[in-house]
Ligand binder design. Sequence first.
Ligand SMILES: Cc1cc2nc3c(=O)[nH]c(=O)nc-3n(C[C@H](O)[C@H](O)[C@H](O)COP(=O)(O)OP(=O)(O)OC[C@H]3O[C@@H](n4cnc5c(N)ncnc54)[C@H](O)[C@@H]3O)c2cc1C
Length: 481
Amino acid sequence: MSSTESAGSAGSAGSTTDASRTVNGGISLWHAQQVAPTPREPLPGNASADVVIVGGGYTGLWTAYYLKKAVPFLRITVLEQKFCGYGASGRNGGWLYNGIAGRDRYARVHGHDAAVRLQQAMNETVTEVIRAAAEEHIEADIHQGGVLEVAYTPAQLARLKDFHATELSYGEKDRELYGARETAERVRVADAVGSTWTPHGARLHPVKLLRGLAAAVEALGVTLHESTPVTEIRPKHAVTPYGTVRAPYILRCTEGFTASLKGHKRTWLPMNSSMIATAPLTPEQWDTIGWEGRETLGDMAHAYMYAQRTADDRIALGGRGVPYRFGSRTDNDGRTQPSTIEALRSTLLRCFPQLAGVEVTHAWSGVLGVPRDWCATVTLDRSTGLGWAGGYVGSGVATTNLAARTLRDLIQQDSGQSGATELTTLPWVNHKVRRWEPEPLRWIGVQGMYATYRAADHRERTTHSAESSRLARVADRIAGR
Ligand SMILES: Cc1cc2nc3c(=O)[nH]c(=O)nc-3n(C[C@H](O)[C@H](O)[C@H](O)COP(=O)(O)OP(=O)(O)OC[C@H]3O[C@@H](n4cnc5c(N)ncnc54)[C@H](O)[C@@H]3O)c2cc1C
C-alpha cells in the first residue's frame, strides 16, 4: 500500500493539503495502512445481555475479552457508535508503556506502597499485552525496545533526573540514566544532553492490535454491534436509536467521547492529541539517526512529544497542537489544524534537522479523556451495576488492559464468583473526582494552560536555565494536577 493511500471505508478518506501532499484526517495512518474490514451489523432492536459494554476501543474490547475468558457462558454485547478502533485506540502513538495518569496523586492519597503496587501492576501489564497478543496470534508489529525519554535543555535535564529518581522510588530498578554520548548511541536527537530508558515499553501498530483483539473477542462469542451510538446509559439500560439493551451490568468505555452521553458533558474533558507520520526513511537517513533499538521516544518538554520508528521505517510523532475544542467537541474523523501539522513538523526537525524536506504523508488527531484531577480510574458501582474505566489522559495503550482485567475482577466479585483480588484493591479503583467547570471557563482554562506550558518551554530553551520555568508551575496550578 502506498504511503499516501487514504483510509478505506472504515474511515473517511481525509483531505490532502496541496502544499505538502499530507493526508489530513482519514482517522489515522494506522487505519489507512489496513484493508477496511467488513462493517459489523448495528443493533437490530431491543435486546438483553448479562453485560453491555459501550465503546469498541481497547478498554471495551479487552474487558469483553477477559470477562468472556473468565466466564464463558456470559452473554456480552459491545455497542460501538462507529466502528471498532474509531477512537484513540485506532489513532495513538503506539507506545505500549508502563505510565499511568495519576500515580503520584494516588501515592499522596493512599500512601507510597499503594502506588508502588499500582506501578508494579502497570509494569506487568506491558508484559501481559505482549503475552495476550502472542496467544491470540495478533501480529501488531510489537517490538519491546523500551522507552527512551530525552532532555535537550538544562531545565529538561534537571526534570529528567528528578523523573528518573522518582521512577526508581516506585520500584523500577531496571531503569537507566544516560548522558549525551550514551543517548546518541541509541538515537541521535539534536542537542540531547541526557536521557532515561526503561525496558517496560514496546512499540506497536495500534490498529493491528485493535483489529486482532476485536476478532479474538468475536471468536470467543461476544456480540459486537457497530454503527450503534448509545445516547444514554441508565442502570440496567443502554439506550440507542435502534433499541435498548438491558443488562445487570452496563460498562461505559467511551473515554474522550464521554461528553456526548446524556448527563456526562462535564465528566471527562476531550483533550486533543495530534500526530504526523513521515514517508518511510531511506537506510542512509536512518544511518544519521540510529534508533536501531526501536525504543519509543519522548522528550521532557512541558508540551512534550512522543514518537516511534514504525515497522515500515517511518517516524510517527505526536504532540498537543490545539489542545481542546470549545464545548467538548471532537474532531472530524481525525482531521487536525494545518498549524498543528506545522508545529509537529517543527518538533520533528528540532529533533532531526537532517530530515528537512522529508515528506509528511499523514496527519491526524484524536481525543484523550481527561478527568478534573488527571487521574485514571476504574469503577464498578455495586448499587447500580454501572461501571466505567478511563481518564487515562495520554497513557492508555497499556492502562486499558489493566482496567479491563480489573473490571473483570470487580464484576466477578460483585456477582459472588470471587472475592477481592490484587487488582480490585489497587488505589485507582472506585476513585471519585469532581466534574469540569462549565464553558467558557473550561475552554479558557485549557487554552491558557497550554499557552503557558509552551511559553515555559520557550523560556527554558532561550535562557538555558537549569531551573524549570515558574510558568510551568502556574500551568500546573491551572490544570489542577
Ligand atoms: C493521538 C493520540 C496518541 C496517543 N498515544 C498514546 C500512546 O502512544 N501511548 C499510550 O499509552 N496512550 C496513547 N494515547 C491514549 C490511548 O490511545 C487511549 O488512552 C486509549 O486508546 C483509550 O482507549 P479507550 O478504549 O478507553 O477509548 P477509545 O479508543 O477512544 O474508544 C472509545 C470508543 O467508544 C466509542 N464510543 C464513544 N461514545 C460512544 C457512544 N455514545 N456509543 C457507542 N460508542 C461510543 C468510540 O467511537 C470509540 O471507538 C493516545 C491518544 C491519542 C488520541
